[in-house]
Write a protein that binds this ligand. Structure first.
Ligand code: NAD
Length: 720
């Protein structure tokens, strides 16, 4: 017996066919081989019907039109010969081309996400009409997976909306919301979702009467109209922009640009063949595999409830109190307001509260398109923010997050006052970056209600949230924190309590190693370049300045207390702090930060630093870039294996997700452990051998040795 149908054929009017995508038991429609086979059959049926005025394609899912191709089938096809990939693309292109050549008008009625393969299907239709729902968007995110469109998107889109707009959409991978899609001429509308189908049917009628769609079909078969000067200008500006965004580490956007520039002047058939060939050249490459892995990491996170027991139900959170209105408190308040929560803010200093509230509102109303808060958004969020000076105003909040100074005594004091006031099921959370949750929970009457909810700075941009489970933390509290973080649009990773939790614990050995290299004679510029060439967004030395040398010194001591055998306490940090080099915050750390001028706030080499460093230098060694990278990333990897040995996280994927979204570990490497799998345990052990004289911090862990013995990888045989 065949599977239940993913596409239904019906006739809302006797001469108009309707294909409704509705994959059984799935929240999203995706284009797998079996769905494409169904579509093929339906197109045959429709093509055989004489006197049909039109075909409308829509979706029955609440917020998704078609989300793209089936990535699991992609992964299964990694490693097939290049010709097979070209042939796979050609088959998809042929199918959608058949749709575009049906004798009747074709209309995609788009409500919700119309992405990747779904957008390709839509652009092969004669017309597209969009709903005005906030989730309605059209996009070609293939480059974000290290690919380019493969079913005609790169050919059809420039012919529909012009080359510059198509280049921008496809090489950035960014979607266009409904209104924007209409402005680009990509769709008509937007119309309310409940009227979408009727409007699509009316569109069919209008097109059938005017016959305009036939004339447009002919136009769409022509090369793109473009002068050589415009072509050259577009090529130069777009490639410069792509280079500045990708640092030549992500090949797909440039490949997509070159493809579109080349095929604009070709016939549609020739252009489709080139598209298939370019896609095949990107398919299965290390970057493609890594980026697909990142997609699976995020997809898994979206489905993960953070607890293993299915009977645990998260509590509902509507009103959140935030204690402490500094950098983090205001950022957290902004994120909450942005996502519709009511927020109560306080601070012990009235001026800090007012400054924090202002920042919170600006963060909440920030519009990325104009890079500023908008008045409309400010009016929307402001009524949900209350500023209070008394804790008893927190009574009706379901969640209280403290973001006061990093001092265990102050935090404990705050929590014990809170306990006197709030209801028994109010959840208490700490945003601490270093203090163990168990230490804060110890004096509480109800330690089971305390959880760590560790946001990263700046809150609006950083997608990671660590949910720290103390030894007494209740399962429902963990599940609620996870569900809450997801409502804020974050990726929550549940981590067992411990020094540095997950991300800082792994970041610390990497940063510390940079200091050791400096003392061994490596130049700052070489260390920074090695990290950036690996793909890090900034070098570890600049990161020290950003974090603040005093904060780094404090964190370093915490790590040393926990792991004295392998943490080296560098004499450099206390010396720097003592001499007033605190980093970016006071304009002088490893670098100088001019207060004004062209380089204001940007790191500039400090000519006096060498002199400052000289007494601490142990030797002057020369290291190659590969050696520097090994020194920086092997300690991070070893620490990750210890985290796994101690079962601090529930899955290896949490480590990779945490580093990518917490510190900007390069996505094109797929994550630290994904990268380690590509390198291979045998090679990693060989690298470690070369550094064995450095002692315990470079010694292979039990897990690594065991993996080598059993021939295992971190991810197991194939990605889940
Ligand atoms: P901050 O100094 O900017 O803000 C702290 C605020 O708390 C100040 O406005 C202060 O007046 C207020 N405060 C102090 N004691 C108080 C009390 N008893 N009651 C009410 N308010 C009080 O500090 P921050 O950088 O926002 O850090 C806050 C917390 O977040 C710390 O635990 C820190 O470790 C953690 N954190 C910081 C970062 C970061 O990058 N800054 C990142 C993640 C987590």
């Amino acid at each position: 017996m065949s599977q239940p149908a993913a596409i239904r054929l019906s006739y809302p009017e006797p001469d108009i066919a309707l294909l409704t995508f509705d994959l059984p038991e799935k929240s999203a429609n995706i284009l797998s081989t079996s769905v494409l086979a169904e579509l093929e059959q339906h197109l045959e049926t429709v093509a055989g019907q004489a006197n049909l005025a039109g075909l409308v394609i829509n979706s029955a899912k609440p917020e998704i039109f078609i989300a793209g191709a089936d990535l699991r089938e992609f992964v299964a096809a990694f490693g097939v010969p290049r010709e097979t990939t070209v042939a796979m693309c050609r088959r998809g292109q042929e199918l959608l081309r058949r749709l575009s050549r049906l004798p009747c008008v074709t209309v995609a009625a788009i409500h919700g996400a119309c992405l990747g393969g779904g957008a390709e299907l839509a652009v092969w239709c004669d017309r597209r009409i969009v709903s005005d729902h906030r989730r309605t968007e059209i996009g070609f995110p293939e480059v974000q997976l290290g690919l380019c469109p493969g079913w005609g998107g790169s050919v059809r889109l420039p012919r529909l909306i012009g080359l510059p707009a198509a280049v921008e959409m496809i090489t950035s991978g960014e979607s266009r919301p409904a209104q924007e899609a209409v402005r680009l001429g990509l769709a008509s509308g937007p119309v309310p979702p409940e009227r979408l189908l009727d409007e699509a049917l009316a569109l069919v009628r209008r097109e059938q009467q005017s016959g305009q769609y036939r004339r447009d079909r002919e136009l769409l078969e022509q090369p793109v109209a473009f002068s050589p000067t415009e072509w050259e200008f577009l090529g130069a500006t777009a490639s410069a922009l792509i280079r500045s965004r990708t640092h030549d580490q992500y090949p797909a956007p440039m490949a997509a640009l070159e493809l579109m520039l080349e095929t604009a002047a070709l016939s549609v058939d020739e252009a489709l063949q080139r598209e298939a060939e370019v896609l095949a050249s990107l398919f299965g490459t290390p970057v493609n595999r890594a980026l697909v892995n990142v997609f699976f990491l995020t997809d898994r996170n979206k489905r993960d409830r953070g607890v293993d027991r299915p009977d645990v139900v998260p509590r509902s959170i509507q009103r959140v109190a935030i204690l402490g209105s500094g950098i983090m408190g205001s950022g957290i308040a902004g994120a909450n307001l942005r996502r519709g929560f009511s927020v109560v803010m306080t601070d012990k200093l009235p001026e800090a509260l007012h400054k924090g509230a202002r920042t919170a509102l600006e963060e909440a109303a920030y519009d990325a398109a104009v890079r500023a808060p908008t008045a409309a958004a400010l009016l929307d969020v402001a009524p949900r923010l209350s500023l209070v000076y008394r804790f008893d105003e927190f009574r009706d909040c379901q969640l209280i997050i403290e973001a006061v100074v990093e001092n265990p005594d102050v935090k404990r004091q705050v929590f014990s006052e809170m306990e006197q006031i709030v209801a028994e099921d109010t959840i208490l959370a700490s945003n601490t970056s270093t203090i163990p949750i168990d230490r804060l929970a110890a004096p509480l009457k109800h330690p089971e209600r305390l959880v760590g909810i560790h946001f990263f700075n700046p809150v609006r941009r950083m997608k990671l949230v660590e949910v720290i489970r103390g030894s007494a933390t209740d399962e429902t509290v963990v599940a609620t924190a996870v569900a809450y973080a997801k409502r804020l649009g974050k990726f929550p990773v549940v981590v067992k309590d411990g020094p540095g939790f997950l991300v800082n614990r792994l970041l610390f050995p990497y940063m510390n190693e940079a200091l050791e290299l400096l003392l061994e004679g490596a130049a700052i510029a070489d260390i920074e370049r090695a990290a950036k060439a690996f793909g890090m967004p900034m070098g570890p030395i600049e990161l020290y300045d950003l974090v603040g040398l005093d904060t780094a010194l404090y964190a370093g001591r915490t790590m040393w207390e926990a792991f004295p055998n392998r943490v080296v306490l560098s004499p450099l940090l206390p010396a720097m702090v003592k001499s007033g080099r605190l980093g970016q915050k006071n304009g002088r750390g490893f670098y100088l930060y001019p207060p004004s001028g062209k380089a204001a706030g940007k790191p500039q080499p400090d000519p006096e630093f060498e002199k400052f460093l000289a007494p601490y230098r142990k030797e002057v060694k020369q290291y190659s870039r590969e050696q520097l990278q090994q020194r920086l990333f092997l300690p991070m990897l070893l620490e990750a294996t210890r985290v796994l040995e101690e079962q601090k996280v529930r899955d290896v994927r949490d480590v990779d997700l945490g580093l990518i979204f917490g510190i900007g570990f390069p996505a094109f490497r797929g994550g630290l452990l994904f990268w380690a799998d590509q390198v291979g345990v045998a090679t990693l052990l060989e690298w470690l051998k070369a550094w064995e004289s450095l002692g315990e911090r470079m010694q292979p862990t039990g897990l690594l040795l065991e993996m080598a013995r059993q021939g295992k990888t971190f991810y197991g045989p194939s990605p889940k």
